[in-house]
Ligand binder design. Structure first.
Ligand SMILES: CC(C)(COP(=O)(O)OP(=O)(O)OC[C@H]1O[C@@H](n2cnc3c(N)ncnc32)[C@H](O)[C@@H]1OP(=O)(O)O)[C@@H](O)C(=O)NCCC(=O)NCCS
Length: 221
């Protein structure tokens, strides 16, 4: 059993095209304005702070392991292949004030019609609706991208994820042979209008400037 991590080397050496649709401004109940958008390579630094800032419990629940991600792995998380993967981030502030509050991502299975997903929200921002918003955005993109199924695994002790999944209509069942985890899964209704929007989307834009960032590790990992 392993928690979701992207496969391969990502888009580090490819020109990065990223979807410009899927940007959504939302307001939390406490009045905080957030932006939900696809992740991008320039998010390295805020992704790094986000991951390093997670409590031991949240990190464990996300990774199903106590190990810390290396700087290289964190970099990989921001360099996704948008054909095979999607990661929606919730961000507050902008410029040097930008903070990453949560991420929901999927990686397509080899067969292509289903994908494994995972979601994590910064501890101080949990229970404010961000996980719901992120998973809804990810689901919407998955449907438009032609996926028929999203599935994931969560610790049997992780009631927050199980309740979030239940709220959004994910079915849950025991993992055969492993009582410590549960599978969560949802069949997706095709979104043909969304698919047309994605297909016709000349809003797949190249970044305005180079995204090649320094290869130096961001921190002490
Ligand atoms: C699971 C997680 C993503 C939920 O994110 P969140 O932003 O707190 O979720 P929301 O505020 O949108 O809450 C949605 C629902 O989830 C459930 N929920 C969230 N936190 C909960 C908690 N601590 N205890 C019980 N239920 C909880 C509730 O049903 C909630 O609906 P409600 O607020 O109307 O009661 C978050 O707790 C997290 O990041 N946990 C650590 C990483 C993790 O476990 N990831 C899942 C592995 S795939």
């Amino acid at each position: 059993m392993a928690a979701l991590m992207p496969r391969g080397t990502g888009t580090a050496d490819l020109p990065v095209l990223r979807p410009a649709y899927l940007w959504e401004r939302r307001r939390l109940a406490d009045g905080t304005d957030i932006l939900i958008r696809p992740i991008r390579p320039e998010d390295d630094a805020i992704e790094f702070d986000f991951i390093r800032g997670l409590s031991r419990d949240s990190a464990y629940n996300r990774l199903l392991s106590a190990r810390r991600l290396t700087a290289r792995e964190i970099r990989r998380l921001t360099r996704i292949d948008y054909d095979r993967e999607m990661a929606c981030v919730a961000v507050s502030g902008s410029g040097t004030q930008a903070r990453l509050l949560g991420v929901a991502r999927y990686v397509r299975d080899e067969a292509g019609r289903s994908a494994e997903f995972a979601v994590v929200v910064a501890d101080a921002w949990q229970r404010k609706g961000i996980g719901t918003m992120l998973l809804q955005a990810l689901q919407g993109h998955a449907r438009a991208a032609g996926l028929a199924n999203l599935h994931g695994i969560t610790l049997a002790s992780n009631l927050a994820m199980q309740n979030l999944g239940r709220k959004l209509g994910f079915a849950q069942r025991a993992e055969p042979g492993d009582a410590t985890v549960r599978q969560i899964e949802k069949a997706l209704v095709p979104d043909t209008a969304g698919t047309a929007r994605v297909a016709a989307n000349d809003a797949w834009v190249a970044p305005r400037h180079s995204t090649r960032l320094s290869e130096a590790p961001i921190g002490g990992a």
